[in-house]
Design a protein around this ligand. Sequence first.
Ligand code: 3PG
Length: 306
Amino acid sequence: MKVLLATQKPFAAKAVEGITEILTAAGHEVVKLEKYPDQADLVAAVSDVEAMIIRSDKVTEEVMAAAPKLKIVVRAGAGFDNVDLAAATARGIVVMNTPGQNSNAVAELAVAMMIFMARTQFTPATGSEIQGKRIGIQAFGNVGRLVGQKAKALGMELCALDPFLTPEQIEAGGATPVFSVEELYSRSDYVSIHIPALPATIKSINYDLITKMPKGATLVNTARKEVIDEEGLMRALEDRPDLKYITDVMPDNYEALREKFGLRVFATPKKMGAQTAEANINAGLAAARQIVDYFATGNTRFQVNR
Ligand code: 3PG
């Protein structure tokens, strides 16, 4: 089968080597489309491929329509909001992710971001320490749990909210369960966001929620920009000069935010949470193995469009 590795943000060379090795050893052919400047390049590259490995690359209805042989798309990573699942299902295309494989990299970045903001973006201004502060973890999945472990090791107090877990499961992960998003925000010096972008979560982090945070609090977003109500964030930062925001997903209004709030806001130039050699290797190789297994045995364990 012909497998397209389509990564607008390329994997580390070692990950690409490993992916190629796994797929070719199983008799598949690998073609690569990296750092492509335009979505049209992706559309043009899929005409004869049976499988795709992607990252945040957008697999839209248009891409699928241009790929009549496509049978499987594996998102090497966790979030699959970049794939049109309904269109895939309608065409009988299996979509999978590789949950957990890049989580540690994202969790490490979330912790680094807290320290970066606590230390005033590494300027000489007097900062604060994160030890003894409370972190609220919004969604206690693969990334949230790892953030919790690291934060605990740094002496932080943990609370977490996750509608899919029981209080006992949250406690077993080392955090105090909270029962509403309002409670999470009002109790936390740092809130670390780990929710997916879904109709119910898009723009759900709004003015009312952000302004519930205690004095001097910082909101850390290594998830998706869509979950933030950017206009509400702007107003919250205006009305509460003590609050800060740091994100790995560039807000649409970043220039205005930065101009108005200076060192109280920061966005990485390009999403980099999962951009470590280890995460690239873990997620990329898992994706390649899932494709090999799917064609060999029909295994759909990680399918997300059932
Ligand atoms: C994910 O959902 O796995 C992360 O957001 C990483 O995305 P990336 O592969 O585009 O870096």
